[in-house]
Unconditional design. Sequence first.
Length: 298
Amino acid sequence: MLALITAAPYALILMSAAGAVWGPAISLSPRLQLPRWLMLAVLALGWASLLGALQVGGWLALATLLLAAWAYQHAARRTPRLLGGLCTLLLALALAMHKVPGFVNPVLLKGVLVSADAIPFTQYANLDKSCVGLVLLALVSQRITSMAQLRAALRTAAPIAALTVVAVMAAALASGLVRVEPKLPAYTLQFVVVNLFFTVIAEETFFRGLIQGQLARWLDQCWPQARWCGLLAVLISALLFGAAHLAGGATYAALAALAGLGYAYAYHATGRIEAAIATHLLVNTVHFIGFTYPALAA
């Protein structure tokens, strides 16, 4: 965690902003509510600007994303909602892929051999991608709102998560991409925390909260009596998730699609983004601790 605090001290406030999404807003008046997560995010981004990690172009992109996501969810008319949804989709994708200028993402681990026979691993504190996750988590994704919902979601998601871990890691072993290599490096905690707040939340809120959720609603409107609409949305979101990992090769993309099926089904079965996030983080953590990470060197 020391590398994270040293390289990106604003990240701690940004992670607190993600946690504040589940908290109540600050009431300034009977009609004016100020979200705590937004206040913390602005504070974190201001600090990032002072350190040179966020520039003017980045501020403009994030403000546009925030406005688009709000319009997508809250605009009174259909056209602004559609335009907001399209802008949210395209801008979130561009930010997550680091295609928008104005961000300088610090390196936390560079060329580390997590496993002796693995390809080198580099970890970034991706400010652009984490902000995508924060905005989509706060404004787009279906979240848990009570302890009763949390308990129900955990009961439903636990077997799905366990099956996903077994299926993905068995397939990875069979493909020759990894070996069983238990380990607990000194930077394990940092890996898990950064993976959650800077990668997993963004990917799950985008592929499940935004794409899968909208697809399921659209399919249900087109075929209101069909029971397969939600499952088709699961399949499409998993395939898109796999396609997003094609840069790692066909085998890696196929494994990502398999994992995506588990994440998507957890979201479908519970209706809560937390189930998909927890399943995704569990797979990544088991992979990191128990197997070659990220993959065997050629």
